[in-house]
Design a protein around this ligand. Structure first.
Ligand code: CP3
Length: 344
């Protein structure tokens, strides 16, 4: 079966591969000149996400250059608020903006029309599955309810998600309603991506690290569990990577409590702790993206250390967060070659 050669999928099924498969979060993006060229023709960033010709092209660009073991659908976690009519815009140099939601807005949220709004994304997924090399795992994704909610409440990115934390303390019922709503609509979105041809999906909880212990359980773990259960109820064999950035020690029971197959690790997770987490199943990560900017020994020594400590168990090599625009594409080539050293 063709699928058995998809290495990222094999690791998600619990296999240990030497060398491990490799892909990078945000591998399609501004560090690549060919991305910037396509981006310049697209109009707005959301036009790029919703034009299958262009979204397919930018997804394939890093695969052509580096033959990564996985391609990640080109889109954004904020297409969900966009489909919920929150007036999402990406302003040059300012990051994302949308209309901040309040308790009345939460009470009025409706899932009708969300999936039809997102139909270009499903077309992109099905075209990618046809156009990608047969051995490349295709990943779909969405944001976790907590992370998406932080942008919906603040109407923008903030350094510490203070607006969402404050809202959650002041309006706990409305906030939990928002998280449950996002969990359900995001589960529907992931099921459609899987049906369109995604081999596995990743759920990004990029802002998990600003939550206290109780809040992590209620706002990060519980909606993630609900979303994964909803996907699995309909697609029992769905493979799911959960990335709770900054969760630290709270990752200890995260896999068991959420039902995720694999755990994403940011660069602050100690490798000894990562090795403990790997005893229960696959892990993915955790090179500091700044080491890819630095290049040279700073990058290579850390790659070797990750491979030493985690390379004998189920590992998907990745960064601890997205690659940044300053990264030199040459350093990415060196990274991939180093991870694959000895292959063949
Ligand atoms: O990984 C990939 O290559 C697939 C594409 C992808 C994008 N965003 C493209 C993008 C993925 C998986 C995301 C996820 C995403 N988006 C997250 C979770 C992961 C993370 O990085 O924490 C979050 C929080 C967002 C929200 C978002 N989108 C922000 C805060 C920004 C602005 C910051 C920035 O980097 O510019 C975006 C815009 C965005 N999403 C860009 C890209 C390539 C840059 C915009 C552009 O090219 O004009």
């Amino acid at each position: 079966m063709a699928e058995t050669r998809r290495k990222v999928l094999e690791v998600l099924n619990g296999k240990c591969l030497t060398p491990p498969p490799v892909w990078l979060m945000r591998q399609a993006g501004r560090y690549l000149p060919e991305y910037r060229a396509t981006r310049a023709t697209a109009g707005s960033f959301l036009d790029l996400c919703y034009t299958p010709d262009l979204a397919v092209e930018v997804t394939l660009q890093p695969i052509r250059r580096y033959a990564f073991d996985a391609a990640i659908l080109f889109s954004d976690i904020l297409v969900i608020p966009d489909a919920l009519h929150r007036n999402v815009r990406f302003e040059e140099g300012h990051g994302p903006r949308m209309d901040p939601i309040d308790t009345d807005g939460i009470a009025r949220l409706k899932a009708d029309g969300v999936l039809s709004h997102l139909s270009p994304v499903f077309e992109t997924v099905s075209r990618l599955r046809r156009e990608l090399p047969v051995e490349t795992t295709l990943l779909g994704f969405c944001g976790a309810p907590w992370t998406v909610a932080t942008y919906m409440i603040a109407g923008r990115g903030t350094p510490d998600q203070a607006p969402a934390r404050l809202f959650a303390y002041r309006h706990p019922k409305a906030f939990e309603q928002l998280l449950a709503f996002l969990a359900d609509v995001s589960a529907d979105y992931l099921v459609e991506q899987i049906d369109a041809g995604a081999d596995a999906v990743q759920i990004f909880d990029s802002w998990a690290g600003v939550l206290g212990e109780d809040e992590f359980a209620r706002f990060a773990v519980e909606p993630m569990r609900r979303m994964i259960a909803s996907v699995r109820a309909r697609r029992p064999s769905a493979k799911i990577i959960a990335f709770a950035k900054g969760a630290g020690l709270l990752l200890k029971d995260y896999r068991r409590l959420t039902g995720a197959d694999a755990i994403g690790l940011d660069w602050a997770v100690p490798l000894s702790f990562a090795a403990e987490l790997q005893k229960d199943g696959p892990v993915q990560g955790n090179l500091d993206p700044m080491r890819v900017v630095a290049g040279g020994a700073a990058m290579e020594s850390a790659i070797d250390r990750i491979l030493d400590v985690l390379g004998h168990g189920p590992l998907i090599f990745n960064l601890g967060h997205g690659i940044t625009p300053e990264a030199d594409p040459e350093n990415v080539a060196t990274l991939v070659a180093r991870v694959r050293r000895g292959e063949g």
